[in-house]
Design a protein around this ligand. Sequence first.
Ligand code: GTP
Ligand code: IMP
Ligand code: MG
Length: 340
Amino acid sequence: MTCSILVGGAWGDEGKGKCITYLCGNDKPDIIARAGVGPNAGHSVEFNGEKYGLRLIPSGFVHTDAKLMIGAGVLVDKDVLFKEFEDLKKYNVKERTFVDPRCAIITKDHRERDKKSEHLAKKIGSTGSGCGPANSDRVLRTVKLAKDVPELEDYLADVSLETNNVLDNGGDVFIEGSQGFALSLYYGTYPFVTSKDTTASTFAADVGVGPTKVDEVINVFKAYITRVGEGPFPTEISQEEAESKNIEEYGVVTGRRRRVGLFDMELAKESCRINGATQIALTCVDRLYPDCARTQSYDDLSAETKKFVEEIQSETGVPVTIISTGPDLKDTIDLRKELL
Ligand code: GTP
Ligand code: IMP
Ligand code: MG
């Protein structure tokens, strides 16, 4: 029985999509449950030569024997959900996805309020997906829940009950967090944050799994940092410098150019502490150190890269168990057997 939670270590877009796809394809959990805010997320999954940008369906969908679940704490936009059912038709996603009846529903009104709000759209730089206004209505206790939406009737299941039953019967549950530590409403760069806490404890609560049931917290960091939207970014570099290092990026949900910065050890330490991280996954190592592209063994990494990895490990006190050296699932160094 293993219950794992995967979290983002910085401002989102750490490459959680690739890590989840690799880990779920490899470990084959019985349930893959989505936690986090809602469809403001954009997870990139590259699989079998195709690329998907997912906002709501768990990125672990590639493991086709798993049940896919959306926990009660996650905001659901049914248009996004049904579009992803269509996009992922060949993976039978519609037939094995379940939504907790207690999920709050994002409506057109929430999306419009998000996009029209000077404060959210301009000052904070929100994704415009309606998440902030929907969470605000949830707090005011006026939001509609999934159990009251007839189109969702066929997909409803008590996600807390299902996940706990699997764990009690010796099965494995993988919980996918979204966004990232520095976007947390409590611990992030307030007010330039998202509309909910985004640390492991909240992700467990989103799905309805208690803290005593959680075995592993995998904190994902990119070898450099990106941020979309406004707010402080201590290690930010100029766009020209990012281009010269070949680490410029564009967002999955909004297409916005991402701000780019260097790895931030202080942020990494705080993120590991508050998430209670037991493992670190480090992605896009090849983009910072091109000589490591597609490397599949730790021994073959350059001395400079190994030094970077070892420094992260010694400063945070958390083992770097997964090193991603390219977008393909094969471009992964998995050190879990050696380090855990
Ligand atoms: P989350 O929001 O954390 O889920 O990240 P993401 O999956 O959304 O990341 P993003 O949208 O920034 O996409 C990352 C892109 O980089 C995708 O096309 C991935 O396939 C790709 N990618 C992931 N890991 C690596 C890596 O280690 N090296 C390289 N070169 N590309 C990667
Ligand atoms: P909101 O969550 O749409 O309200 O956006 C608030 C802030 O969080 C903005 O700066 C967004 O760019 C950022 N944000 C929300 N979700 C993500 C994500 O999944 N990745 C990166 N940034 C995000
Ligand atoms: Mg993303």
